[in-house]
Design a protein around this ligand. Structure first.
Ligand SMILES: Cc1cc2nc3c(=O)[nH]c(=O)nc-3n(C[C@H](O)[C@H](O)[C@H](O)COP(=O)(O)OP(=O)(O)OC[C@H]3O[C@@H](n4cnc5c(N)ncnc54)[C@H](O)[C@@H]3O)c2cc1C
Length: 503
């Protein structure tokens, strides 16, 4: 690009989703501009949990080493407790390494995570970050996007041009107004008080609290009790219509309601804030060359701790597509399939979060049988995060497990299979099959920079379990295609090539 103010991709918003997208695009050598209206990382934590698939996204961005230092893995699940302290439901924990190659659940302090994501950007000279610049105008003019910003003093105005623009500008997104104002409301719209506490050193009461999340499913006052780290705890408390919200954020109310667990001698209130939880999906995520990701595209109530996870999955599904389109290797139609695939995937998580909310509010275990399986061995209802198939993109070449997240293979020496080719296409093959690939397959593999990896023990076992000898895995680690023989490998690869080029 000739002009310094011209970019391949402009990202609006350097929250966690925008920062993650910038890291992935930086890795893919695109010329990227990130515009963020605030100068500092948002001081108030919102998200506290991410899952194993998200840790794998950090790994593919080369950030796992840093993120591990600021996040706490846990194998303990989330417990829904009803009247008489009866356990109604458990979101399972998984001991040890899960199928994503990482522990399945992690807790963290959001400002620490955002700082690490920003720090990660320093390694990319191709990524420019402008803090303190608020985007005030976006125009979609066919082949280019025009952006105007204003800095804090309201005097300095800047203009930028981009090939593509991604709105990662959160729930009150300005960018989404340039896409569509049409919203699908899945029905949950509630006020909750969120209290973050810093534990005082030596507090015995704090040390004796549960070291996992508890959903107190009590209609008289539904609430969530979270264990973030030995230093931090959170309570989320439902606000009723006749509550006085200005009183609820005062110390007097907070210590009154937390009295069964903690008092001022045990902890300091870091913040108390009323949030309105929503459950919405924007009907359209793309208009011309403007695309949405994260909270600008969807919002989930936080009962599952999955809203940010969905945003990070969005950008993992988007970055490799943008790179191929900007390089002129794939048609812009692949960005349409991003919207189709992700929308139905995130919907499953929002619906499940709403169901969890209904149980927390009602304490009604009969609701549970409608939503969750009863595990007779464990004598309670249990569930785990779903692994939905992606919505109908033209990317999927068959039935599940195609279009689902592929496991990460961990071998006896603890090596992780994604490390063969971080955030690239990988074709896993049994050795015999590798030797028999036809010339045409080899040409597609070379043209599209697909990394061929001979399946080691764990990958071989998995391929065998799904009756295959080869698997094409996308950079976002969703399974594109499987094959039993060299002819089928060619079919998968040629379908892949065609779908990239379709206009
Ligand atoms: C109480 C609570 C608890 C939660 N817990 C969890 C959890 O445990 N796990 C989980 O996965 N999710 C959780 N979530 C959801 C999660 O916090 C959000 O999904 C996530 O923060 C969204 O990230 P984002 O980057 O899309 O948006 P944001 O974090 O809102 O970032 C948007 C960025 O865009 C910037 N911006 C906005 N407009 C402009 C503009 N015009 N110009 C320039 N910059 C702009 C903003 O300053 C901001 O930095 C929780 C949410 C809440 C409210």
């Amino acid at each position: 690009m000739s002009d310094n103010n011209d970019f391949d991709v402009i990202i609006v918003g350097l929250g966690p989703v925008g920062a993650m997208l910038a890291n992935l695009l930086g890795r893919l050598h695109l010329k990227v501009l990130v515009l963020e209206k605030n100068k500092e990382v948002h001081p108030s934590p919102r998200a506290i949990h991410f899952d194993g698939e998200v840790m794998r996204i950090f790994q593919n961005a080369g950030l796992d080493g840093k993120i591990r230092k600021i996040a706490r893995p846990t194998h303990k699940g989330m417990h829904f407790i009803g009247a008489n302290n009866k356990t109604l439901l458990v979101r399972k924990g998984v001991k040890g390494i899960g199928d994503q190659g990482w522990e399945n659940n992690w807790y963290f302090f959001q400002p620490d995570l955002e700082r690490e994501l920003r720090f990660g950007l320093q390694q990319y000279p191709n990524v420019t970050v402008r803090l303190g610049e608020e985007v005030v105008y976006v125009a979609n003019s066919g082949l280019q996007i025009q952006v105007k910003t204003m800095s804090e003093c309201n005097e300095n105005k800047s203009h930028y041009m981009g090939n593509w623009l991604v709105g990662c500008d959160g729930a009150k997104s300005l960018v989404s107004k340039n896409v569509s104002t049409d919203v699908e409301d899945l029905g949950l719209d509630e006020k909750w008080l969120v209290i973050d506490l810093k534990i005082r050193e030596g507090s015995k009461r704090a040390a004796n609290l549960a070291d996992y999340t508890i959903q107190h499913c009590k209609p008289e006052r539904p609430m969530t009790q979270c264990y973030i780290s030995p230093l931090r705890r959170r309570w989320e408390i439902m606000v009723f219509p006749d509550d006085h919200t200005d009183e609820m954020i005062q110390e007097q109310f907070i210590w009154f309601i937390l009295n069964p667990w903690l008092g001022p001698e045990d902890a300091v209130i870091e913040r108390a804030q009323i949030y309105t939880f929503h459950s919405i999906l924007k009907r359209q995520w793309k208009n011309g060359r403007i695309v949405l990701a994260g909270d600008s595209a969807h919002q989930s109530p936080p009962f599952l701790g999955q809203g940010l996870c969905a945003g990070l999955r969005d950008v993992s599904a988007l970055a490799w597509r943008l790179s191929l389109v900007v390089e002129g290797r794939a048609s812009s139609r692949t960005i349409n399939s991003y919207e189709h695939e992700r929308k139905s995937h995130v919907r499953k998580f929002i619906e499940l979060a709403i169901s969890c909310g209904e149980i927390i509010k009602s304490g009604n275990s009969s609701l549970i049988t409608n939503y969750f399986k009863h595990d007779h061995k464990e004598e309670k209802a249990v569930f785990d995060f779903p692994k939905p198939q992606l919505g109908s993109g033209d990317w999927i070449f068959g039935d599940p497990p195609l279009g689902q997240i592929c496991p990460q293979f961990v071998d006896s020496d603890h090596s992780l299979s994604d490390n063969y080719a971080l955030y690239q296409f990988i074709l896993f093959l049994n050795l015999k099959l590798k030797r028999k690939l036809c010339e045409k397959s080899l040409k597609i593999i070379q043209d599209w920079d697909i990394i061929v990896v001979e399946a080691a023990e764990a990958a071989k076992t998995w391929l065998h379990s799904i009756g295959s000898s080869a698997a094409l895995v996308r950079p976002d680690r969703y399974l594109y295609g499987v094959a039993k023989n060299p002819q089928e490998v060619f079919l998968v690869l040629s379908h892949f090539q065609r779908s990239m080029n379709e206009v």
